[in-house]
Design a binder for this molecule. Structure first.
Ligand SMILES: CC(C)(COP(=O)(O)OP(=O)(O)OC[C@H]1O[C@@H](n2cnc3c(N)ncnc32)[C@H](O)[C@@H]1OP(=O)(O)O)[C@@H](O)C(=O)NCCC(=O)NCCS
Length: 182
């Protein structure tokens, strides 16, 4: 093994720890209900700066990163492996690129590549799973590009604007990731 690769750095973005100034920027992202309604199935409600400062303290069950551009170090999102079960070598992934003008630029896809390399080569996990709402086609496309496959579908799990949507379960195994990346 040669230890020559910086696991935290890609071509466009890098994975960093949270910084003090981040919470105010992230609170502004949460004023966009489109973002919140793509992020998860909870009732959309923006968190305060104080709430955002409190969360995501380091713990053994999760590895939480902020996403910053290489170009100017600006905060554009977050990515996390959470609910880690060390005995089962498995964890769950969540990701968010905050502003609409930073979406669709390849940042999310690169973040997925970085976090999967970290999950499999540093955390030594065997499986990474996630949930995504069926209407979030951009996220599903980004996950499929990264190698995730649909493993299940919880029917009519989300009810918004008078319509039901499915919640999809996706996952990737280490062996599948190795095939794509070697
Ligand atoms: C989902 C998310 C992480 C994707 O990251 P991103 O940087 O915007 O996406 P990328 O530019 O890397 O890739 C998006 C891909 O989806 C495609 N796409 C965009 N809109 C699409 C749509 N409506 N239907 C299908 N594919 C779509 C893009 O063309 C691109 O694929 P390509 O590279 O083959 O052209 C980001 O948009 C985001 O955080 N959104 C808000 C919160 C969220 O949805 N989080 C995920 C919760 S499960």
């Amino acid at each position: 093994m040669t230890n020559t690769i910086n696991l935290f750095t890609g071509k466009l973005i890098k994975l960093t720890a949270p910084r003090n100034e981040d919470a105010a920027i992230m609170a502004a992202w949460e004023e966009d209900s489109v973002y919140l309604r793509n992020l998860d199935t909870d009732i959309a409600y923006p968190r305060s700066v104080a709430q955002l400062e409190e969360e995501n303290k380091p713990s053994s069950g999760s590895k939480y990163f902020r996403l910053r551009t290489i170009e100017d170090d600006s905060l554009i999102g977050f990515v996390v492996i959470h609910s880690i079960e060390w005995n089962n070598r498995s964890g769950l992934l969540a990701i968010g690129i905050g502003e609409q003008n930073n979406q669709n630029k390849g940042y999310g896809s690169e973040a997925l590549q970085l976090i999967l390399r970290y999950a499999f080569n540093e955390l030594n996990l065997n499986r990474v799973g996630l949930d995504v709402i069926g209407y979030n086609e951009r996220a599903i496309r980004a996950y499929e590009k990264a190698g995730f496959v649909v493993e299940g579908r919880v029917r009519s799990a989300v009810y918004r604007d008078g319509e039901y949507s499915d919640r999809m379960n996706m996952g990737i195994l280490r062996s599948e990731w190795e095939k794509i990346n070697n």
